[in-house]
Design a binder for this molecule. Structure first.
Ligand SMILES: O=C(O)CCC(=O)C(=O)O
Ligand SMILES: [Fe+2]
Length: 345
């Protein structure tokens, strides 16, 4: 019996003893993203684990105190990756609405992640034509633990090489992303930030390739709108650009507003096309004191923000390139929204 099969059996035993964390750790260490069964089993366990673990009561230090070190910065403060720490993260998110981190991902990873996203999007397209699960491309495999069943077409249209995919729909992608998060010390940083353990979720962990769209207006939104009680949840989104974008770059960036504090703005009114979007008239009003920004990101730069931040995809008329990005919403384990299906890592 090979080592991977052996590990899968041992993990089953640990799960039947109720020790999901040990089973996850064992599989993480026993294999690689290319071990198809192992990577799939890990996704299943990460989704199944949350209700089996004990989570603390939400602590009282929220929103957390911070040193306001960026008080004099106009817009979003920036740090180099080597200067990223929990004080900077708190002062960025709670003082300014976000923190730009330069160079969080190195060139080799960027290239690999872009290729991975292409693979995932292609595998999703191909999966529509394959009935038998066993013949499916391992890069797009929905876990039976994901609620909502198989995702085939969207709005009656065929999938293409452009769009967004839940990371967990690709077990190898999930494996590699978590490996990368560990490599940059993210679990420790986020545990300090939340003062408890973080989780991801099925629905708010997304890999994406966005195409230029000729200046189209995408929806202004706060992710807090989708996440239940915005005053109860505790979040940090790590948005990583894998393509040069925003500012004067030739791929769509993020249009984003700094410093609006902890409030959820009215949606569905004042020129808003959808019930989840903030209308342009309200944006124009907010922009009188808090201007809309479109930060320039190089591939490998990132932005941390939370569910109160107001933003949208920024489509310019000058864009000619597709933009690859990874959006990872982390939640304090104690307040994770169950509807988003927490993912343990
Ligand atoms: O990648 C984008 O254009 C949108 C990202 C976004 O809305 C988010 O990360 O919450
Ligand atoms: Fe968003």
């Amino acid at each position: 019996m090979n080592a991977v099969n052996d590990a899968l059996l041992q993990a089953d035993q640990l799960v039947s003893d109720g020790d999901y964390l040990a089973a996850i750790a064992l599989l993480e260490n026993a294999g690689s993203p290319n071990d198809e069964l192992l990577a799939r089993r890990l996704v299943d366990l990460r989704i199944q684990a949350y209700p089996h673990l004990t989570w603390p009561e939400p602590h009282g230090n929220w929103p957390p105190a911070h040193d306001n070190r960026f008080a004099d910065v106009d817009g979003f403060p920036e740090v180099e990756f080597q200067d990223l720490n929990v004080q900077a993260l708190k002062a960025g998110i709670f003082g300014k609405g976000g923190l730009i981190v330069r160079g969080i991902m190195g060139d080799d990873r960027i290239a690999a992640m872009r290729e991975n996203i292409d693979r995932v999007l292609q595998a999703r397209m191909d999966s529509v034509d394959v009935d038998d699960n066993k013949d499916k491309n391992p890069w797009y495999q929905r876990s039976s633990s994901v609620r909502g069943g198989p995702q085939q077409f969207r709005g009656g249209e065929r999938y293409t090489n452009i769009g967004s995919v839940w990371s967990v729909d690709s077990p190898p992608m999930t494996f590699e992303l978590l490996e990368y998060f560990r490599e940059i010390g993210l679990p420790g940083l986020l545990t300090s930030y939340f003062e408890e353990g973080p989780v991801l979720s099925v629905r708010k962990w997304v890999v994406r390739c966005a195409a230029p769209n000729n200046g189209a207006s995408s929806g202004w939104h706060q992710d807090g709108y989708f996440l239940g009680d915005a005053t109860a949840i505790r979040t940090a989104n790590l948005w990583i650009a894998l393509t040069d974008c925003g500012g004067d770059a030739s791929a769509p960036g993020l249009e984003i507003i700094s410093g609006t504090g902890r409030q959820i703005f009215e949606t569905g009114t004042r020129g808003s096309p959808f019930d989840w979007t903030v209308g342009q008239e309200l944006i124009d009003e907010i922009a009188q004191t808090n201007p809309v920004r479109c930060p320039r990101f190089n591939a490998g730069d990132a932005l941390f923000f939370d569910h109160f931040n107001l933003h949208r995809t920024g489509f310019g008329l000058n864009h000619t390139n597709n933009r690859y990005a990874i959006e990872s919403w982390f939640f304090a384990g104690s307040t994770a929204p169950v509807k988003q299906q927490p993912v343990v890592f």
